[in-house]
Design a protein around this ligand. Structure first.
Ligand SMILES: [Mn+2]
Length: 445
């Protein structure tokens, strides 16, 4: 059989539609001259200070922050909600949105899934969609802070701490089921995050010690039902939704509960879950020292659990937290498992995708600055009780403008030099509104 005669010359081929990667490259071309100028200067400055620039770029490239499935819709308060339009209506559309974020910044390659807001139906199709978007689902979150329709027993007076053993059993089974959903979503999903809204609103309402003991036993039952390679993260929060006492108000309680479960139970630090001016970096250092820091929920806080953009209010604190993480990673004495990094924010004014892009950019910036700290000089100053010198070492790194370093790390992985700029340039929100509708509202909060 002979070959078909060639009818079309190469020049006459119908042009392929531009891929997203092509669009990123085209956009980067418009910025690369300016970027190269700034990166050339910074790279030289860092090399002269003794940094291995290639190592810094690799460390930044390796850093991934999971995007929560509940943050892709516009947040709100109990007073109102003002959706951006074109919000993802299904898990599939949420994966598409995270896919855009990851394509733009190459640093958001994982999704933290909320059950029951995002229960998968067709597992094979979800796994395929994840793969097509270069994403994984790395963790699942249970929900015993709301009553779902058709749920036999109410969580009004608590879940894992409840006085009624049947309510506790229902909450335990829900957590085990959430982990089972996770197992079907791929081998990368090995983390169950438990945040309890359990607490009391009035003095005398709870028997503190009995409520704690019931919670411990419930958590132990969940922990023992998890696959042996799974981690259970226990999150704490000082107030809200209850305003007199929360069952797990602080890191000490989370730590004690995790120790009571086993080695794969770990503490999760949510930046917004602290009273104003709490020294979070010290908490992080303590947990690292005990080998119990399992996960992070990034957000920004002015007064409480405000869920503002990470790094928007206290960038220096975010940097100090990363200093602890970086120093612990370099310290052979520290026996802490890998930390799961996740965003847990939902701003009520911004386009959620832009908010997430900003958050990741701020996180990478804080991390990059922490990588620049001259730890030898810092430790010397600490040993010599030279408070001024120690602070200057930190400030020297913090005051360095690392934006070109972060941009270069993202660019080398195929991301955009200006992720939000390109997102706006391509009118992606408008495209979402056109396809999903102005009134499309995300499942979840
Ligand atoms: Mn959280």
């Amino acid at each position: 059989m002979g070959a078909w005669p060639q009818r079309l010359s190469d020049n006459a081929k119908i042009p392929e539609p531009m891929t997203f990667s092509d669009q990123i490259n085209e956009y980067n071309q418009t910025l690369v001259g300016d970027h190269n100028f700034r990166w050339g200067y910074l790279g030289e400055q860092l090399s002269r200070s003794g940094h291995d620039v290639e190592t810094l770029l690799q460390q930044l490239a390796a850093f991934q922050v999971a995007i929560p499935s509940w943050a892709l819709g516009t947040g709100g308060t109990r007073f109102g909600r003002f959706p951006a339009g074109g919000e993802p209506r299904s898990l599939e559309e949420k994966i598409e949105d995270v896919g855009i974020i990851h394509a733009l910044n190459r640093s958001s390659g994982a999704i933290s899934l909320h059950i029951p807001w995002d229960i998968p139906h067709d597992y094979a199709a979800i796994r395929q969609l994840l793969q097509a978007n270069d994403l994984i689902i790395d963790s699942v979150n249970s929900n015993t802070f709301q009553d779902q329709s058709g749920q036999p027993l109410s969580y009004k007076f608590g879940s894992l701490c409840h006085t009624d053993a049947d309510v506790r059993q229902q909450a335990v089974e829900h957590n085990i089921q959430v982990a089972e959903y996770g197992q079907k979503l791929g081998d990368e999903c090995k983390t169950l995050t438990v945040w309890l809204s359990d607490g009391s609103d009035f003095p005398g309402q709870h028997h503190f010690r009995r409520a704690y003991q019931r919670t411990l036993e419930s958590l132990q039952t969940i922990y023992n039902a998890l696959p042996p390679d799974w981690t259970m993260l226990i999150e704490y929060k000082p107030y809200e939704p209850h305003f007199y006492s929360m069952l797990i108000p602080d890191w000490g309680t989370s730590l004690r509960l995790s120790e009571g479960c086993g080695a794969r139970a770990q503490v999760l630090v949510d930046l917004g879950h602290h009273l104003p001016n709490t020294n979070i970096e010290q908490i992080v250092a303590r947990l690292l020292h005990f080998g119990r820091l399992g996960g992070f929920h990034f957000n920004g806080s002015m007064y409480g659990d405000d869920d503002l953009t990470t790094g928007s209010i206290k960038p220096f604190q975010l940097f100090l937290i990363f200093c602890e993480l970086v120093q612990a990673a370099q310290d052979a004495v520290v026996r802490n498992p890998p930390v799961a990094y996740m965003i847990d924010a939902s701003h009520n004014l911004k386009d959620p995708i832009e908010d997430l892009l900003q958050s990741v950019q701020n996180i990478l910036t804080a991390y990059a600055k922490a990588l620049l700290v001259d730890t030898d000089a810092l430790f010397d100053a600490q040993e010599a009780n030279d408070a001024v010198r120690a602070e200057e070492v930190l400030r020297d790194a913090f005051m360095t403008d690392v934006r070109a370093l972060v941009a270069e790390a993202i660019r080398r992985q195929g991301g955009a030099l200006d992720p939000i700029g390109l997102y706006r340039h391509l009118s992606i929100r408008q495209q979402r509104i056109d396809t999903r509708g102005k009134l499309a509202v995300a499942t979840g909060l």
